[in-house]
Design a protein. Sequence first.
Length: 200
Amino acid sequence: MNDKVKKLTIIGVFSAIAFILMILDFSVPIVPSFLKFDVSDLPELLITFMYGPVSGIVVCLIKCVLHLTVTTSAGVGEFSNFLLGVVLCVSAGLIYQLKRTRTMALISMLCASVLMGLASYLTNYFIIYPFYYNLMSKEAILSICQKILPWIGSIETSIWVFNVPFTIVKGLVCSLVTFLVYKKLKHLLQLDQPAKPGKN
């Protein structure tokens, strides 16, 4: 199998895995019930280190397009997920390319997770929550958040308190797994790509 075919095959497999992981989401008790946790960013992050951020974005795009077949948000959730995936892949990939060491790989993923969390404020405020407003009022959504933290007085505060940290944690979980498994996975797939977490 030549390198191009191998790359396309691996990207396709990882896209399918990302789609499955996106379906296997679940609620977390300490956050509002409409926030679902999944680790579907993991495959695109791994691919970003294997082949670069563009390939990571391709995995994210395919994942989100596949998820449209089972969407419950008329594509709004998938669009938001794609935008956040782009932020994660681009920031992690570009920062890592400055110096390809294990330390820089870790720093790049930490920074990317924070940037994705900050970007989630915009996607939630302008994309996700306006979609929810078609299903229930702002007051109803706010009341769900206030059942957990009564002092929250606005949707904006709710996004900062719940959505942003929630997204950062998702990114950190995917980053930790990537950091732990990448080298073994690289050897398993017999990759000879230069874009990989290297040695200190």
